[in-house]
Design a protein around this ligand. Sequence first.
Ligand code: CIR
Length: 260
Amino acid sequence: MLVTTRLVAITRAVSPKIGQCELTHLERQAIDARLAQAQHGQYEACLAGLGCELHRLPAEPDLPDSVFVEDTAVVLDELAIITRPGAASRRPETESVARALEPFRRLAFVRPPGTLDGGDLLHAGRVLTIGLSGRSNQAGIEQMRRLVEPYGYRVEGVPLAGCLHLKSAVTQVAEDMLLINREWVDGRIFQGLKLIDVDPEEPLAANALLVGGTVIYPADYPRTRRRLEEAGISVQTVDVSELAKAEGGVTCCSLIFREL
Ligand code: CIR
């Protein structure tokens, strides 16, 4: 008998106040909230087309960054960890995500003084690599280690330079392959995995979202896309240019996990 596991994707509608988002490495530009909502809808359609069961949370109108649900939780098969985002303005986002995850997983929580953004955590096999960024601190990493080591995961902290989150610098694009910008993170820690470098003209191109065997990828980076395709990776592009003005990428807009 063929047993297939369904993937659940939690997303949240774009706040009409997205223009007031947190920004760290980008200059503020006007964001067309309606266009951002339309692009987000296409992104959700892409997830559904790849077989994800969508759980769409209603917008949190007063939380500008709340579309970026990735930062609020880390979902493993064994448990879900509700984070404590590094930006204080984003901490109220976690409550509704915890409620949405409760039916699926036992919950654990990052507590003060720990901070952690889900965008800083790269999960490949039984290794969780966590970026020591402006958002995630050593106490957050230690708490994660205590929570997940009993389940056989190894936690590695890694310094970052020049980008917001670890997954701005490196993401998984196949079981054994990562897409990386080595200007921002040292590739040598990813032992045993093949590395594809972003095109030097596209430094922001390392954020890709692997769903099943397909990578959801921003239309803005055609040169790096070619590198992915040359490596045999199946790519579906989405236009997320308006969300990118809020410093968001394709991993940030969903929490994807197996329905057990
Ligand atoms: C922030 O600065 O928190 C948001 N404007 C962007 C968050 C993007 N999230 C992600 O990369 N995981």
